[in-house]
Design a protein around this ligand. Structure first.
Ligand SMILES: NC(=O)N[C@@H](CC(=O)O)C(=O)O
Ligand SMILES: [Zn+2]
Ligand SMILES: [Zn+2]
Length: 426
């Protein structure tokens, strides 16, 4: 017996919504048709909602091991499926960091127990992410890492980054980079070095603290032939560098977050609420426009949330001391659908592709496709019901979002991973 997602719609090749039903048996998609014979199967009413391949988020902080007060693998993986994400890659800035085979195994085990989204752990580039000594890439690869990154901090030394890229290239692993040159950061900087920081008399984080690393690393990627992926791109200069790198034939890809697409520093409230503090910071109005242009012209490959949960206590420490980061898994699709698709900036197909086939293609994952024979990782989206973003309803322990109270359409209603229902809207 299988499961039928009935009375739904899908996006066809030319981008139109057409009536569709999807049959799932033994963890795979086994039929896609306007109507599927119900006999002998469980039937789920999609109520005219969009049936999509489950979303893939290559940038998530799950905080376990060691920082379980912020999030656990179970709470994060459940937040993911509530947001329509069926595969998430988790960042190594945990305690200990994901720099050993044991910690990779620990994450695989916990994720299996949680039974929600698929969790693919990153391995750290350097031991304890200190930038001093490379981790055991081949051991980590064998243990089943997704890719290599020191996200949370930049790899400060060009020499260290080059060595990492050479080894990664030899093993067929991707290098995923948090681009930030610490020597270009002012002490205590929390906001972009722009009009808002200036108005408040605050030290600003300049765009070049990001773009200098992007430029450096694209040159090193060209030299070493590695697949190089830029995390949370935020500055217009970085977008230009990636565009030029692609034109020159470098194997470079990059991601942008929903918050950098939807907000800029001028949107930060006058009281400088710390739910608007994240790294990289919300940049200028021009930067935001360059990110949207970069998505449209193919320079920016994918959207990733950089889901970064922190406790309310930590976020109450004032702008300078509060940690950087906001949650994103449970609001990404409704925010982007409402504010980029319903406004005509992107098509629904474009948005879905940025969250499904494109991340799959960047990292050669067998997920993200709604086709017969594919793993049954699916999500059903209610495109019509409007609801407010309410952090109190999040499955994530993190409630730190600047989007509370935003009215959105496009809420996930049902999510399946490997053919099993892992989320169903109440
Ligand atoms: N993005 C953030 O603001 N914070 C991330 C770190 C990171 O992604 O660099 C975190 O771990 O909290
Ligand atoms: Zn980062
Ligand atoms: Zn991050």
């Amino acid at each position: 017996m299988g499961i039928i997602l009935g009375n739904g719609k899908l996006i066809n090749r030319t981008g139109e919504l057409i009536p569709a039903e999807v049959l799932v048996t033994d963890g795979r998609i086994t039929a896609i048709a306007e109507k599927v014979d119900r006999a002998g199967h469980e039937w789920i009413d999609c109520r005219g909602g969009l049936i999509s391949a489950g979303f893939i988020d290559v940038h998530v902080h799950l905080r376990e091991p060691g920082l379980e007060q912020k999030e656990t693998i179970a709470t994060g993986a459940n937040a993911a499926v509530r947001g329509g994400f069926t595969t998430i890659a988790c960042m190594p800035n945990t305690r200990p960091s994901i720099d050993s085979v044991e910690t990779v195994r620990y994450i695989h085990d916990k994720a299996r127990e949680a039974g929600a989204a698929r969790v693919l752990p990153y391995g750290a580039i350097t031991i304890r992410q200190l930038g001093k000594e490379l981790t055991d890439f081949s051991g980590l690869k064998e243990a089943g890492i997704f890719a290599l990154t020191d996200d949370g901090v930049g790899v400060q030394s060009a020499g260290m980054m080059k060595k990492a890229m050479q080894e990664a290239a030899a093993l067929g692993l991707s290098i995923v980079a948090h681009c930030e040159d610490d020597t270009l950061l002012p002490p205590g900087g929390a906001l972009h070095d722009g009009v808002v920081a200036a108005r408040h008399g605050l030290p600003g984080i300049p765009s070049e603290s990001e773009s200098v690393h992007v430029g450096r690393d694209i040159l090193l990627a060209e030299q070493t032939g590695v697949h190089y992926h830029v995390c949370h791109i935020s500055a217009k200069e970085s977008v230009r560098l990636v565009r030029d790198g692609k034109r020159a034939g470098v194997n470079v890809t990059c991601e942008v977050t929903p918050h950098h697409l939807l907000l800029c520093d001028e949107d930060i409230p006058e009281d400088l609420n710390t739910n608007w503090k994240m790294n990289p910071p919300l940049r200028s109005r021009d930067d935001r426009a360059a990110l949207i242009a970069g998505l449209k012209d193919g320079t920016i490959d994918i959207i990733a949330t950089d889901h970064a949960p922190h406790t309310a206590e930590e976020k109450a420490n004032g702008l300078e001391r509060a940690p950087f980061g906001i949650v994103g898994l449970e609001t990404a699709f409704p925010l982007l659908y409402t504010n980029l698709v319903l406004t005509g900036e992107l098509t629904l197909k474009q948005l879905v592709d940025f969250l499904t086939v494109k991340p799959a293609d960047c990292f050669q994952l067998p997920y993200g496709r709604l086709e017969i024979g594919a793993p049954a990782d699916l999500t059903v989206i209610d495109l019509d019901t409007e609801k407010e973003v309410d952090p109190d309803t999040f499955a994530s322990k993190g409630k730190n979002t600047p989007f509370a109270g935003w009215k959105c359409k496009g809420w996930p209603a049902v999510t399946l991973v490997d053919g099993k229902i892992v989320y169903r809207q109440a």
